[in-house]
Design a protein around this ligand. Structure first.
Ligand SMILES: NC(=O)c1ccc[n+]([C@@H]2O[C@H](COP(=O)([O-])OP(=O)(O)OC[C@H]3O[C@@H](n4cnc5c(N)ncnc54)[C@H](O)[C@@H]3O)[C@@H](O)[C@H]2O)c1
Length: 268
């Protein structure tokens, strides 16, 4: 059953990785997809969805620039009439220890991971409030409430993803009487090209082996796929989730449940 037929969805950061997976899943459930990304390759990602029979349109956007966000969302609204679903997924996760961090690093990370989300939500809310309908899904992370690695370097990222949770709850309360649902997702380790370097080898065939090996640290014996996250977004963006707002949902194959590590794990 195509639960999102007739809905218009925007996914930021959807040229690759988790955002592309979310876009593929939403399109397969009938939504018209606006893929928004700073990279030119967003066009190829949209083209691949169209080849699979989905409705997908590519938009170049830099979420750090207010004028760019306003102009791009104005164009989407002109092209498709409205936005029903916004997925604030664009984000970066470079690691740097606090004592080695300059202001530029910190500002850029917050400009993308936090302020970008404010800008995109602000662009779609007036229409959603007027129509008394809207679904906003924000990408947080288990790194925020938790810390991904004892190796350090996650003060900026962790605090940006904790900010996503605070934003989600405050906006959910601010918009509940307009029947707008605002929720956030906290993924654990998800297979994505940007994560290759920090979770193992980046070279050739070694990548797959390194990613598989990394997955054995997780109780469910693998990293998540972008489609795993996409399926959760699909639910949150549908009317089945119409009484769910202000929630933070962990999707991590059981990884943050463990106090004692008994891995590496393998399927039984
Ligand atoms: N991969 C994981 O394990 C994981 C875990 C938890 C949370 N997350 C979060 O999920 C989201 C996606 O992560 P990913 O692993 O797919 O990363 P990714 O690097 O593969 O994808 C991020 C996308 O955001 C885009 N982007 C970056 N800066 C932008 C800007 N200024 N304007 C518009 N687009 C911009 C990039 O071009 C890229 O396509 C991020 O918010 C990340 O923090 C990822």
């Amino acid at each position: 059953m195509k639960r999102l037929e007739g809905k218009v969805a925007v996914v930021t950061g959807s040229a690759q990785g988790i955002g592309a997976g979310i876009a593929r899943v939403l399109a397969s459930h009938g939504a018209t997809l606006c893929l928004a990304d700073i990279q030119e390759s967003v066009e190829q990602t949209a083209e691949a969805i169209r080849k699979d029979g989905g409705k997908a349109f590519a938009y170049r956007i830099d979420v750090t620039k207010s004028a760019d966000v306003e102009a791009t969302f104005a164009k989407m609204l002109k092209d498709h009439g409205r936005v029903d679903i916004l997925v604030n997924n664009a984000g970066i996760y470079p690691r740097r220890k606090l004592v080695e961090m300059d202001e530029e690093f910190l500002h850029r990370l917050f400009e993308i991971n936090v302020f970008g989300m404010f800008r995109c939500a602000k662009a779609v809310l007036p229409g959603m409030m007027e129509r008394r309908y809207g679904k906003i899904v924000n990408m947080s992370s288990v790194t925020g409430p938790m810390v991904g690695t004892p190796a350090g370097g996650q003060t900026a990222y962790g605090s940006s993803k904790a900010a996503v949770i605070g934003f989600t709850k405050a906006l959910a309360l601010e918009t509940a009487q307009y029947m707008i649902n605002v929720n956030c997702i906290l993924p654990g380790y998800v297979y994505s090209p940007s994560a290759f370097g920090i979770r193992g080898s980046t070279s050739g065939a070694d990548v797959e082996a390194a990613m598989r090996e990394f997955g054995r640290k997780i109780p469910m014996c693998r990293q998540g796929s972008p489609e795993d996250v996409g399926n959760l977004v699909r639910f949150l963006a549908s009317d089945e989730a119409s009484y769910l707002t202000g929630s933070e949902i962990v999707i991590d194959g059981g990884n943050i449940l463990q106090e004692e590590f008994l891995g590496p794990y393998s399927p039984k």
